[in-house]
Design a protein. Structure first.
Length: 393
């Protein structure tokens, strides 16, 4: 069931005051309210869905600040418009933009859209809506949005610091606009640090979540319990990651992704990748090979080789040349293309085999990748609520 845009009164009701999952009560339909913690709790808890589940729409954000992007602002805006256009062939797209920039965003994004691209005036700082936007959880007949307490990746006072006050507020405002109940997470993190199979298994890096720049004073066990409680997760598979070497402290969505329950794609660094990222891949592979998911299955791992760093168009240490940072829309996989013809072709073939029911569409995103992110970082899906279970007679 689609969620309509709502009034400012509804925005204040849902967006301004986030509540714990168990306190949502009457804000959700009965099936989800039971799952949220009433005495009549049923078998279907609110749970973070797989990205391959059906979406109502995709959210994106218009890059706002020349102080962040410098001379690359025009290029990254072109990339965002192109990605939005490609996704709009499969589902509606909503782009957040500052009020003063909304007209340009509408002009750049709106030409030739298929399902439509709606620009909504919500102040933002950057394009990484996967990280600062809501992470959704679902139950039969209901959807809620989890605000993961975005704090600018914990980079205040470091070389990676950039403005994030507008981004930090955007999840609540966006959920209010669409009348979606807002849940305050029991941890601080970002959507890019969370990868699930939709059946209760979460992949995450220790470096991005068990980190004093997000969750000071919390042990790994405490962070894990907060993830389980906030997202309806049964089991967390931790991989080490690497702290302090990029703005995200090694998000999982550039490293390993579920393609289906029990099946994982693992990013394998291409030739001439910095050795520290090769070590991250090797550690991750070992961790995944020894892991089982929430249902006791061993993981079927497919490696997705990266491009040769000398063959790609983009340059610089911050350029993210990960094919694993793709996005699955309704019926399509929107994936990056970097200009290494052989590697681009291999990535296409592997992704098409992994998603046989989807069409793989490769998009040049040199502007986005120059900022250390990718297509997945720049998108967030609003899932459809699963069908409600009829009440017993």
């Amino acid at each position: 069931m689609d969620m309509p845009r709502t009034t400012r009164r509804r925005l204040l009701q849902f967006g301004a005051a986030a509540v714990p999952l168990a306190a949502l009560g009457s804000a959700l339909p009965s099936a989800a309210a039971r799952a949220a913690g009433s005495p009549t709790a049923g078998p279907a808890p609110l749970r973070m869905p797989a990205e391959t589940d059906r979406h109502i729409r995709t959210y994106m954000a218009w890059p706002a600040l020349s102080s962040v992007w410098g001379d690359g602002l025009g290029a990254v805006r072109r990339d965002i418009a192109e990605v939005a256009h490609r996704i709009s062939g499969y589902e509606p797209v909503v782009v957040l933009a500052r009020p003063a920039q909304a007209a340009e965003a509408r002009y750049r994004c709106g030409r030739g859209a298929y399902h439509g691209i709606d620009v909504i005036e919500i102040p933002n700082d950057d394009l990484w809506i996967r990280d600062f936007g809501p992470t959704f959880v679902v139950a039969p007949g209901a959807v809620a949005g989890v605000d993961t307490n975005f704090n600018g990746w914990g980079k205040t006072g470091t070389k990676y610091a950039q403005p994030f006050a507008n981004d930090a507020a955007a999840a609540g405002i966006l959920l209010g606009e669409y009348g979606v109940p807002r849940v305050r997470a029991g941890f601080t993190g970002e959507g890019g640090s969370l990868e699930t199979d939709g059946e209760g298994t979460l992949l995450a890096t220790v470096s991005s979540l068990v980190n004093p720049n997000r969750n000071p004073g919390m042990t790994q066990d405490q962070v894990e319990q907060a993830l389980k409680t906030s997202l309806g997760i049964d089991k967390v598979i931790w991989v080490p990651g690497l702290a302090g070497q990029d703005i995200t402290d090694c998000h999982i969505d550039c490293l390993a992704r579920f393609t289906a329950p029990g099946k994982v794609i693992l990013d394998k660094p291409g030739p001439r990748t910095d050795p520290k990222w090769v070590a991250v891949y090797e550690e991750t592979k070992r961790a995944l090979q020894s892991a089982t998911d929430a249902r006791g299955r061993r993981l079927d791992i497919t490696e997705l080789p990266g491009p040769d760093r000398l063959e790609i168009r983009g340059k610089g240490d911050e350029f993210l040349s990960s094919y694993t940072n793709y996005y699955t829309a309704n019926g399509a996989v929107i994936a990056p293309q970097f200009g290494d013809p052989y590697a681009d072709g291999v990535a296409y073939a592997i992704l098409q085999a992994a998603y046989p029911g989807h069409r793989v569409i490769q998009v040049a995103i040199d502007g986005i990748a120059s900022g250390g992110g990718g297509i997945h970082c720049a998108t967030q899906s609003h899932p459809a609520a699963p069908a409600a279970v009829p009440a017993a007679v």
